[in-house]
Design a protein around this ligand. Structure first.
Ligand SMILES: C[S@@+](CC[C@H](N)C(=O)[O-])C[C@H]1O[C@@H](n2cnc3c(N)ncnc32)[C@H](O)[C@@H]1O
Length: 396
């Protein structure tokens, strides 16, 4: 891995995951020619982004940022170098912009139709709410260090798996927080990528799955860790949520052809409302469904205490489902049924109330790790947000 490759890869990861442009680092070690080549071939002409483009607003901001930085880099270089650049700034810009406008006519970027040629500093962006966007996250299923291999060319994209989702760019949309991916999902995904035995060939239930990021990662891991000859034993994945629109978006994301999950033979997306655990008849039906149909070996949940409006009975409802889903048995060892719940520590009172309810329900809870961040998995949230990961089991 050279610093040049690493810094370009970080720009690519940032573009793919819509990192705010003011948090992107302009490549300092690369020549203008290299940056130009990278922007043209790895970003603008990248077929993945033609099929799954970031939102129009984001692309406008990104290209404005890129062009302004190219201009600055050239202005700063000319007097110091005292030589002519082999590729002049205007030529670089013409090439990039020309390629973009050609794209429009040949149909790529048809979803975004970015009018790049109209970009100029001071244009008022962002007057409308941000539109839905494809977001692509790059991640490594088995980090090279874990395999004992030297870290190598970080810019070799074949070393990365991607998870692509159509998601909202708003915190709350259509009355739900479930239409975008939340930070705790990245932490839990990281943990599972490092501990694939937890989900390999096992039946996985996710509570409050949202639009499916964790589901796509788990499905990819299950497939990657199963020999193609034994695909039938790949395990099962049950993604559940309460919101119809969220469930529908989740289904659509899972079957995007660019995601491994589209080839998983045993994924189910279905409604499961935790409040059923608080009502007598419904909780009997829920217990039967969990025990006889889903039969989960492992239960997952990420940032599931962040509804649009917090209802204090949400915690007992969630703990009620966990209690039922974990069942009475605790076989111990690797076959132990357990839950992993990742929560962003935004509200200490809520997290403490959750811990108290779990203990009152006579469940065991341990903190597995805190503040984990998968280095190259995109970070859509401020770095200060700490995520706590809890393992919950029935008591022996
Ligand atoms: C903040 S989002 C987290 C989504 C996803 N786990 C993530 O990390 O990106 C919370 C999710 O919990 C779901 N949820 C809220 N109340 C629920 C309930 N009573 N039963 C099931 N799911 C619920 C919401 O619909 C939403 O998808």
């Amino acid at each position: 891995m050279t610093p040049t490759e690493q810094e370009l890869f970080r720009v690519l990861v940032g573009f793919a995951s819509l990192r705010p442009v003011n948090s992107l680092k302009w490549p300092a070690y690369s020549s203008i020619q290299n940056i130009h080549h990278f922007l043209l071939h790895s970003v603008l002409l990248n077929p993945h982004f033609s099929s799954y483009p970031p939102s129009t607003e984001y692309q406008r901001n990104f290209w404005k940022w890129a062009i302004e930085n190219l201009e600055t880099a050239q202005r700063e270089l000319r007097p110091e170098a005292g030589q002519c650049l082999s590729v002049s700034s205007s030529k670089v810009l013409r090439t990039v912009l020309g390629a973009a406008s050609n794209f429009r006519t040949v149909g790529a970027f048809q979803h975004a139709s970015v009018d790049l040629l109209d970009i100029h500093p001071g244009l008022p962006f962002g007057h409308q709410p941000p539109s839905d966007s494809y977001v692509t996250h790059y991640w490594q299923s088995i980090p090279r260090e874990v395999l004992g291999l030297p870290s190598s060319n970080v810019f070799d994209l074949s070393q990365y798996t991607t998870a692509t989702l159509l998601e909202s760019r708003r915190t709350v949309e259509s009355g739900t927080t479930g239409l975008r991916t939340w930070r705790a999902s990245f932490v839990l995904a990281h943990y599972l990528a490092e501990n694939p035995d937890l989900i390999k060939n096992r039946r996985v239930l996710e509570l409050g799955s949202g639009i499916g990021f964790l589901g796509i990662v788990v499905a990819s891991l299950q497939l990657q860790h199963t020999k193609s000859s034994s695909r039938n034993d790949v395990g099962g994945l049950y993604l559940t949520d309460v919101n119809e629109e969220v469930l529908s978006r989740c289904k659509n994301n899972l079957i995007l052809p660019c995601n491994f999950s589209s080839t998983h033979p045993n994924i189910h997306v279905q409604e499961l409302d935790w409040f059923a655990s608080l009502h007598c008849n419904q909780s009997v039906a829920l217990a039967s469904h969990l025990e006889h149909e889903l039969r989960p070996d492992i239960i997952l949940g990420a940032d599931i205490l962040l509804p649009k409006v917090f209802d204090p009975s949400l915690i007992p409802a969630l703990v009620g489902v966990l209690k039922i889903a974990l069942g009475k048995e605790n076989t111990g060892g690797n076959g132990q049924r357990c839950a992993f719940i990742a929560l962003t520590l935004r509200n200490q009172v809520t997290v403490e109330a959750f811990l108290t309810h779990v203990q009152d329900a006579n469940l065991g809870i341990t903190e597995v790790s805190s503040g984990v961040e998968y280095p190259l998995m995109s970070r859509a949230f401020p770095d200060e947000d700490v995520v706590n990961l809890f393992k919950i089991t029935t008591k022996q």
